[in-house]
Write a protein that binds this ligand. Structure first.
Ligand code: NAP
Length: 340
């Protein structure tokens, strides 16, 4: 067992697109847990687009990381030492509080217990965790899909998007994917999407959406913002619902207002509803969501693709892949295996 904890700290608040030099890898002494705390060995760290917001000083729904502070992020790992009555060495735990580090020390009450016999442990940060729950609650609660409706999804092959498309199919909808490559669209079709649009090759994106969605878009699940959002807004069906889930296409303009068209007339004409979504608002219903997602997965009605890099050194690279469309599926970084 090592006596050092390697961890990434924030070196700069980037202006525009972040680069690897915005973080610094440091070594710190391993810390013993105090009363109520647990020392964990990180096994998988999650990288997520929301982290762009944590490295900006701009006002957001959660605080920024301070300069020199450990980069925030979720993970799943194995308990090494515990001063909390509910946790013992060998237990597997998940939390949004790991940070980009090998050995987080966390309060026992903030950890979620993971049963490794139910699903691979990294599922706890993918389809049975934050991205899966985002797809589940945003589509079902805000979108309220009805059989026969058309659901259009941007970043459709990603951690959230792949789950949205499959839930839409499970609800009897037509699901249309938007992604950056033929390989990603092919995967989307394999998991059930009825069709797809390559936004890099489509030319007139509004016309491409019109062609794929001839009766209009009933639900637009917006993971990107930007020009894809505009193309969806030009094709709304009556009573359309637009779910604002994320704005990953604007990562290089984080502190600036959104770009593009103003859509008030489209909202008015179609009596449409546009609503922002934040997964943490649904925390008291997470267990229900996880049960349903696990059931669909068990029935073969929810497949999931991961994109795994290895080693703590990979964290900034893995994160930047999300902002440049290089990831293909849920981006994770693997640091180790459970000891048992
Ligand atoms: N509101 C919430 O509670 C909540 C929770 C979780 C996630 N989210 C949001 O959901 C979205 C998806 O997150 P995720 O974890 O599932 O990530 P992801 O889709 O696995 O990865 C990000 C994807 O974004 C797409 N992208 C990157 N730059 C783009 C650009 N300039 N134009 C269009 N697409 C671009 C890429 O897909 P392509 O190859 O298709 O370009 C990339 O693979 C993000 O916006 C995230 O912030 C929100």
């Amino acid at each position: 067992m090592t006596d050092t904890n390697r961890r990434w700290v924030l070196a700069n608040y980037p202006e525009g697109m972040p680069t690897e030099s915005d973080w610094r890898l440091e070594e710190a002494p391993l810390r013993d847990p105090r009363d109520g705390q647990v020392l964990i060995r990180s096994l998988y760290l999650s990288v997520d687009p929301y982290m762009r917001g944590r490295i900006s000083p701009a006002k957001n729904y959660a605080a920024s990381v301070e300069l020199g502070g450990v980069m925030r992020g979720g993970g799943v790992g194995e308990v090494v030492a515990s001063k909390h009555p509910d946790w013992k060495p060998g237990d597997i735990a998940e939390s949004m509080g790991f940070g980009w580090q090998e050995y987080p020390v966390l309060k026992g009450e903030h950890l979620r217990r993971i049963d490794p016999s139910i699903a691979p442990i990294q599922s706890a940060v993918s389809y049975l965790g934050m991205p899966g729950l985002t797809a589940y609650f945003a589509l079902l609660d805000l979108g309220r899909p009805k059989p026969g409706e058309t659901v259009l999804v941007s970043a459709a092959s990603g951690a959230v998007g792949q789950v949205v498309g499959q839930i839409a199919k499970n609800m009897g909808c037509r699901a249309i994917a938007i992604a950056s490559s033929e390989a990603k669209l092919e995967w989307c079709r394999e998991i059930g999407y009825d069709g797809g649009i390559n936004y890099r090759e489509a030319g007139d994106l509004g016309a491409a959406v019109a062609e794929m969605c001839p009766s209009g878009v009933d639900i637009y699940f917006d993971n990107t913002g930007g020009p894809i959002h505009d193309a969806a807004m030009q094709n709304l069906a009556m009573k359309a619902r637009i779910i604002i889930c994320g704005m990953v296409s604007l990562s290089d303009k984080f502190d600036q207002p959104d770009i593009g068209l103003r859509h008030n007339r489209q909202l008015l004409i179609n009596r449409a509803r546009m609503e922002g979504f934040l997964v943490s608002d649904y925390a008291d219903r997470f267990d229900d969501g996880i049960r349903q997602l696990a059931a669909w997965h068990g029935e073969g009605r929810l497949k999931f693709r991961e994109d795994v890099m290895e080693g703590i050194e990979s964290m900034p690279t893995a994160f930047l892949r999300l902002l440049t469309s290089e990831n293909f599926g849920k981006q994770l970084v693997k640091l180790g295996e459970p000891s048992g």
